[in-house]
Structure formats: structure tokens, C-alpha cells
Design a protein around this ligand. Structure first.
Ligand code: FES
Length: 646
């Protein structure tokens, strides 16, 4: 038979094939990325292409549609059932008749780009670990006695080229029923091209995955459609372990003091995850058993407790992890109520208190892909700090304590409606104005009182504390050593005596039963200690790297995402840097989990990266104390901040 040339766009891959070759077959032969779940049976509609677009067609003969066969019955059926955009064809049905250009639209590619909103980071290439493959299995025959599993495996090899698949007893247990229910037509879910993970009766083209960030305070989950990469539902929940202790170390001591305590904590966090899975599945209108893949990140203590590992060793030097490699498990092994055949990938930990959450942050922020030096700071009760570039990466964890989250602060509270989040202080009059969460007006604007009647003004959230302190410092209310300047009391009623120290009045409520919002000397000290720990950790990494400045700073975590970079710098939380190069990264650990969920190669990538991260242990580094003391001053005793003067 005659040959015809076919060019696929946008890849530009081309080749000659006998007239009559299905376009999908030609695409496969050329390694063109075209999706398919049904294996060319005209059911899934994933293989759609557009015929005759582009330069090449202009030079062609006759009309573009003459280059391929006209719609066949299968396409007509698909069109009637599910509909196709005008100009589209099913590439498994359309055959090549003459030289043609075939465009593969983005939604027909397996490896499509999942766009991230932030311009400074790369998009996620969709390449999920779980792929669905529809197969028709030979029925059993007494004269050719083979097992149902073996016939399924043979069908997968013949129809999809998937040879040598691993399988597990749990798949076989339900297999006979499924095969008969589907009348020998089933959809197999294959994990990483290697493991037969689950079998659905009949045809199925949707499967879901969930990315989870297990934080010590909150657990967050994103449910994703693995065929599009889209987040279909998100949810969060307080970590139920809170009842055993607010912070990580108090949970470790609970385990140390109560035999069997680790099992209680494990049970609590797993119950939390299960509750969250049900919430996001309900929101998306699916069943939890439609979730076939999960990726989890968390700090080392959360990581160990979720896995049912006693975290006692992490309570003291040398902070040995039970294990630091990433791993893939069955959901049922972890007591997770997903499809019991679901696979769960847990990102690797780095070392000591630098865990899988930091691995997620690295995947998300990609310091390892840049030439310039990035500083990535994930601020929570502990700050995880990563510094480096393409050549070298360093990481440490610094004990900042919960002050940045509003704990230990007299008027501190969690970010919730009614909490002060923005503050400005007039340097002349020392009068403040502020904004609270849930209201767009400043406190000195008309209508503020009415607008906030419901929520009230209840306290100051973490980012608000940074702002109020920075504004107090800029207005001269706080001196460089952190003292609230009592001599100003003569000038402004906002400065009040408070025992032997002074405090600053941010808000006097109209109703005397409501709280007065003040910043005390103790509050300033708590933030000084936290920011000094953060800075000292950063400085330690900079010393080790041999640099005096960094080129970019990414602030991750809920708190890091809400603080104004300028104010973080005014207080000396972070080193001097061009403000245009300081950005908020959002929940980078959770984003890292989502990347590993949507792109299986990211799992191999992070596994390699963590091996070369140099862990610096702040607890045993003598220089840490020195840096810490110097960093107590505002913004710093010796370090210069030329960018702030600009
Ligand atoms: Fe499924 Fe073409 S491959 S419709």
C-alpha cells in the first residue's frame, strides 16, 4: 500500500505510514503524547485530535478532511453520547489517507501542563503514578485452564504492552467477582507502570488522588482529578493530636511518659485524615473509594506518628529518624479509608527535625534548579530553612516557638475573623489604625464599627503581630534593644505603664467587657526570641555556604504567606534582600505533595535531592548561640540592611 506522511503538532514529530493507519497508532509509533484509557475502542474520548491545522496543510492537496477517513460509526456513537468539539476526531478511529497535519490539543495529552499561579515557579507536568487501562479479558475455557488473573495479565500485555506486572493478593481477592460483573471487560489501575493496583468492572475513566500536608496544628488536603490535574476539592482540619499537646515536643513527651501513647497519637492523626478524606470527597461529589492514590508530607514527628513509629528518638540528640527514605504503602496498611487498594506515597525526610514537609517545600520552590542563591523559610512552631542553589543545598530546623502563630502573645490569637492583621502607626501622634480579618475598612474609616459589630476586635494574629511590632519600631516606640520606650508616655496616652515596663494600646473597646488589645514588653520579647532563632538558623546556613547575602527569599507556610516582606525585614526576621525578590510561597509543603501526586517522576527527583541536602544541626552548633544573641536586637546588632534604607 501507498505511504502517507503525518506530522503531529505541537511536538513536530513526523513519519510515513501505510494509508489506512489509525492516527493513534501512528502517534504511538512516533512517541507522540496522546492519551487513551480504552485502548482505541472509541469509548474514552481521550484520544481526540484536530485534523488539518497548521502550515503543512496549506500546501496539501484538496480539503484537510480528505486527508483522513470520514467519521465512522464509533465516532458518531461517541458524539451522540458524550459530544465532541467541532473539528475534533477520535484518533483511534480516524485513519490516514494522505499527507496530513494532526494537532494534539492539550487536553488529549497525558503529560499536560498543570498551570501554577505563581510566575516564578515552573508548572507541574501531569504524569500521575496511577493510570487506567481498559481491557477485554478472555473468558475461562475448560480446555485451556488458566487463572483469571493470568488471563487479565495476558490481556494487559497484549492490549497495552504492560508485561511483567507485579500484583498483590488483595487484588486477586476481589478479581473473580469483578471480571464477571464487568462481563470480562474491566479497567485496570496500574501504579507506576509496574503494579496492578485495582480492577474496576467495566469501563472507567476517572480516578482521584489526594495530597496531604500533616502539620502539627492543621492537616490540609487537596483532592485532585488525576486525568486533568485539577484540584476538585480542598479542606483543612485541626490536627486531633492537639489534645495530647499543643506543640511537637509536648506530644513527644506524652509518648515518653505514657506507655502506648504513640498508638493513641497514631490513631488520632489517622482518624483526622479519614475525616478529611470524607469531607473532600463529599465536596467533590465522589466516594472515598474513588481515591486511588495519596501523597503525604509532614514534619518528622508527624511523619513517624502517622506511620505508627515511636518518635521518642527525635526528642533528643542525635535526633535519629527511624528511616528517611520515601516509601509507597497500601492505604489499608495505614488504616486510611480510601479504596483499600489505594497506594500512599510518603515523601522522604531529610534528617533530624527537617522532614518530609521540607522535602515538599523544596519540590515546590525549586531552589535546586536555580543558579542564584535562594533562601526558603517555612515558618511555623519550628522554622524549616533551606538555602542553596543548583550546586548545593543546606537545610536546618530552628526552634522559633509558637510566638509567630500568636501563642504566648498577650493579645495573640489564630487568624480568624476579628483578628487584627494590618497595622499602621503615625510616627508623629503614635496613633494606630488597623484592619481586622473579615472587614475591608481601616479602623479609622467611617463604618468600621458597624462592619465589625458581629466579629468584634478580638486579638492580633501572627502576621498582625509582626506588623504592629515593626510599626512600633519604625515609629520609635520600640528601641533597638526591644524595650518599649516609657519616656513616650508623656507624649501619648497609647504608651501605658505596666508594672516596671510599658505597653502599647492598640485598641480600646467601646464596651468595657470586650478585650483591650495591647502589646506588652513580654510580647516584644517573645517575638524577639522567635525572630532571633529564625535569623540565627539562616545565618548558620549562610556561614556554611560561605555567603553574606542571598538573591531571593521565599516565605512559606500560612504565616509566611501573610506577612509583609518589608515588615519581616524591619524586624530582622530575614536577612537583607532586594524586596522585589522576596515572595510568599503559600503552603509550599502541601504544594510539594500535590506535585508528587501529579507527577510520579517528582518522587524520584525529590528522593535524589534529599540525599544531597546537607543538614545543619542548630542544637549542637556553638555558633548558633552567638548568632542568636546578636539577632535579638532590632533589626540586628551588626548585620546591615541597605535594602530597607532604599
Ligand atoms: Fe479511547 Fe480513542 S482511545 S476513544
Amino acid at each position: 500500500p501507498q505511504d502517507a506522511l503525518v506530522v503531529f503538532t505541537p511536538s513536530g514529530k513526523r513519519g510515513r505510514f501505510p494509508v489506512g493507519t489509525p492516527l493513534l497508532k501512528a502517534a504511538r509509533a512516533l512517541g507522540v503524547d496522546v492519551d487513551s484509557v480504552c485502548g482505541g475502542r472509541g469509548i474514552c474520548g481521550r484520544c481526540q485530535v484536530v485534523v488539518g491545522q497548521g502550515e503543512f496543510a496549506k500546501h496539501g492537496i484538496r480539503s484537510a478532511q480528505d486527508h483522513v477517513t470520514a467519521w465512522n460509526e464509533v465516532e458518531a456513537r461517541y458524539q451522540a453520547k458524550k459530544g465532541m468539539k467541532p473539528g475534533r476526531r477520535l484518533s483511534c478511529q480516524a485513519q490516514l489517507l494522505a499527507d496530513a497535519v494532526i494537532d494534539v490539543p492539550a487536553d488529549s495529552q497525558v503529560h499536560k501542563q498543570v498551570v501554577r499561579k505563581r510566575a516564578e515557579v515552573r508548572n507541574i507536568e501531569l504524569d500521575p503514578a496511577i493510570r487506567l487501562h481498559y481491557v477485554e479479558v478472555e473468558e475461562p475455557d475448560m480446555h485451556k485452564p488458566t487463572g483469571d488473573l493470568e488471563r487479565l495479565l495476558a490481556a494487559l500485555e497484549k492490549q497495552w504492552g504492560l508485561g511483567d506486572l507485579d500484583w498483590d493478593l488483595r487484588v486477586v481477592q476481589g478479581l473473580q467477582k469483578t471480571l464477571r460483573q464487568g462481563q470480562w471487560k474491566v479497567t485496570a489501575a496500574i501504579h507506576r507502570g509496574q503494579v496492578l493496583t485495582h480492577v474496576y468492572a467495566g469501563f472507567r475513566d476517572k480516578v482521584y488522588g489526594v495530597a496531604v500536608d500533616v502539620g502539627s496544628t492543621t492537616i490540609a488536603a487537596h483532592l485532585c482529578d488525576l486525568s486533568t490535574g485539577e484540584v476538585v476539592a480542598s479542606g483543612g482540619l485541626m490536627n486531633p493530636q492537639i489534645r495530647f499537646g499543643e506543640d511537637l515536643m509536648s506530644r513527644v513527651s506524652y509518648v515518653m511518659m505514657n506507655p502506648g501513647g504513640e498508638a493513641e497519637l497514631t490513631e488520632a492523626v489517622r482518624a483526622g485524615l479519614n475525616e478529611l478524606f470524607h469531607t473532600v470527597a463529599d465536596e467533590a461529589g465522589i466516594d472515598v473509594v474513588d481515591i486511588l492514590n495519596a501523597v503525604v508530607v509532614g514534619n518528622p514527628i508527624m511523619h513517624h506518628l502517622l506511620l505508627g513509629i515511636d518518635p521518642t528518638e527525635l526528642g533528643g540528640a542525635p535526633f535519629a529518624l527511624a528511616m528517611n527514605s520515601g516509601m509507597t504503602l497500601w492505604a489499608s496498611e495505614l488504616g486510611l479509608e480510601l479504596e483499600s487498594d489505594a497506594r500512599v506515597y510518603v515523601l522522604p525526610c531529610i534528617a533530624g527535625h527537617v522532614g518530609a514537609d521540607t522535602a515538599g517545600v523544596i519540590l515546590s520552590e525549586q531552589p535546586h534548579l536555580r543558579d542564584e542563591i535562594s533562601l526558603v523559610v517555612d515558618v511555623g512552631t519550628n522554622a524549616e530553612i533551606v538555602l542553596g542553589n543548583r550546586q548545593r543545598l543546606l537545610a536546618c530546623s530552628s526552634p522559633t516557638g509558637p510566638a509567630f502563630e500568636g501563642a504566648q502573645i498577650s493579645s495573640g490569637q489564630r487568624a480568624a475573623p476579628g483578628a487584627i492583621e494590618r497595622v499602621r502607626i503615625d510616627p508623629g501622634t503614635l496613633e494606630p489604625r488597623f484592619k481586622v480579618i473579615g472587614c475591608d475598612l481601616w479602623s479609622n474609616e467611617a463604618g468600621f464599627v458597624e462592619e465589625t459589630r458581629k466579629t468584634g476586635v478580638t486579638g492580633i494574629c501572627g502576621s498582625g503581630i509582626i506588623e504592629v511590632l515593626a510599626e512600633m519600631f519604625l515609629a520609635g516606640v520600640i528601641l533597638t534593644d526591644g524595650t518599649i520606650d516609657g519616656s513616650l508616655a508623656a507624649r501619648s496616652p497609647r504608651i501605658e505603664a505596666d508594672g516596671r515596663t510599658f505597653r502599647y494600646l492598640v485598641h480600646e473597646p467601646a464596651d468595657p467587657d470586650d478585650p483591650r488589645i495591647v502589646v506588652t514588653q513580654n510580647d516584644v520579647r517573645a517575638i524577639q526570641l522567635a525572630k532571633a532563632a529564625l535569623y540565627a538558623g539562616t545565618r548558620l546556613l549562610m556561614d556554611r555556604f560561605g555567603v553574606e547575602t542571598v538573591d531571593r527569599i521565599q516565605l512559606a507556610g500560612a504565616f509566611g504567606s501573610h506577612i509583609e516582606p518589608k515588615y519581616a525585614m524591619v524586624l530582622g526576621m530575614i536577612p537583607d534582600c532586594d524586596l522585589a525578590m522576596v515572595s510568599a510561597a503559600g503552603n509550599a509543603a502541601g504544594t510539594g505533595a500535590r506535585i508528587a501526586l501529579l507527577n510520579q517522576k517528582a518522587r524520584d527527583e525529590i528522593q535524589q535531592i534529599v540525599k544531597r541536602v546537607e543538614k545543619v544541626e542548630t542544637a549542637v552548633e556553638p555558633k548558633f548561640q552567638e548568632h542568636f544573641v546578636e539577632a535579638m536586637a532590632l533589626p540586628h546588632k551588626t548585620a546591615a540592611y541597605p535594602e530597607l534604607a532604599k
